[in-house]
Design a protein around this ligand. Structure first.
Ligand SMILES: Nc1ncnc2c1ncn2[C@@H]1O[C@H](COP(=O)(O)OP(=O)(O)O)[C@@H](O)[C@H]1O
Ligand SMILES: [Mg+2]
Length: 289
């Protein structure tokens, strides 16, 4: 008998429910598991509970019902500070993330709190800023930057802590195409486990392995990213729309998005398939002659 080694679980959520202090229900009996190194899309219409869920996973919101296990350790009040060293969260609004007077101080905040030497802090800041393409911004004031730059600095404030698990809330929202592309390419280089809440389905299809679909605080679908995020009926029934590229290209869309194809690339890809098919057909015919 061959025993399959089960992949280590990095995030396990069991029966998590949450009601905000003003009695707004936000999460209902949420359950899922994420393996180490996976990149997971978290999708759902506004108010589905995505942000509330992410805020639970590094203890910004205390879990009152249910159980959250991070890298095998059950998250609780006592270990929340240690868990936060493993789980970094990039908030949707960069103004919630940036509060120091220079970019350097914001990006250095985490590593300083982790007790690193001055030299190591500087190195971490330098590498994190390089990763988001903003090396040289150290002395700038975060609040005087463009939205896209602020967003990238927000990502850097978390990358500088080298978290094992990265939570990103709408990382590409309100970015111009260049800013969006840079964030996507940065995320692709990171080996950490990632959970990305977003409405940018094309971006999610490009970088995610799995997807979790939420609606009104409940998980209503989990599976491979390409299965969930191209399931037009499923998306539509929970208030989401598939990207036009899927409407136009169907199955080819995933291939195209993942390979960063433009229309020329997809044309060549189709020609290749057509050629391979006709060659196979020709061989079949010849073998019968
Ligand atoms: N601070 C808050 N106080 C009260 N209700 C909130 C708060 N934040 C979010 N909610 C409510 O919780 C539900 C889930 O919201 P949220 O997690 O922000 O969803 P999403 O991120 O998917 O848009 C919504 O009904 C929302 O109105
Ligand atoms: Mg949200």
């Amino acid at each position: 008998m061959i025993l399959m080694a089960s992949k280590k679980k990095d995030v396990v959520v069991k029966n998590l429910s949450y009601i905000y202090p003003d009695d707004t229900p936000a999460l209902h009996d949420v359950c899922f598991e994420i393996s180490k190194g996976e990149t997971v899309a978290l999708v759902g219409q506004n108010g589905a509970g995505k942000s509330t869920l992410l805020l639970h996973l590094n203890g910004v919101i205390e879990n009152e019902n249910g159980c959250i296990t991070i890298a095998g350790i059950a998250l609780n009040k006592k270990n929340v500070r240690d868990i936060r060293k493993k789980v970094g969260v990039v908030f949707q609004d960069p103004d919630d993330q940036l509060f120091m007077s220079t970019v350097f101080d914001d990006v250095a905040f985490g590593p300083i709190n982790m007790g690193f030497s001055e030299e190591k802090v500087k190195k971490r800041v330098h590498i994190a800023l390089q990763k988001v393409g903003l090396a040289g911004f150290e002395e700038r004031c975060p609040h005087h930057l463009s939205f896209g730059e602020k967003k990238r600095i927000s990502v850097a404030t978390v990358l500088s802590m080298k978290p094992d698990i990265l939570l990103l809330d709408e990382p590409t929202s309100n970015l111009d195409p260049g800013g969006r592309r840079r964030i996507i390419e940065t995320l692709k280089t990171l080996k950490s486990t990632k959970i990305i809440a977003s409405h940018d389905i094309e971006m999610l299809l490009e970088i995610c392995d799995k997807a979790i679909l939420m609606d009104k605080g409940r998980v209503v679908g989990t599976g491979k990213a390409e299965d969930i995020l191209t399931n037009v009926e499923l998306l539509n029934s929970h208030g989401l729309e598939e990207p036009t590229v899927i409407t136009l290209l169907g199955d080819d869309a995933v291939f195209m998005i993942r390979n960063n194809f433009d229309s020329h690339g997809i044309k060549k890809h189709r020609e290749k398939i057509k050629k391979a098919t006709s060659e196979a057909e020709e061989k079949k015919i010849l073998s019968h002659v």
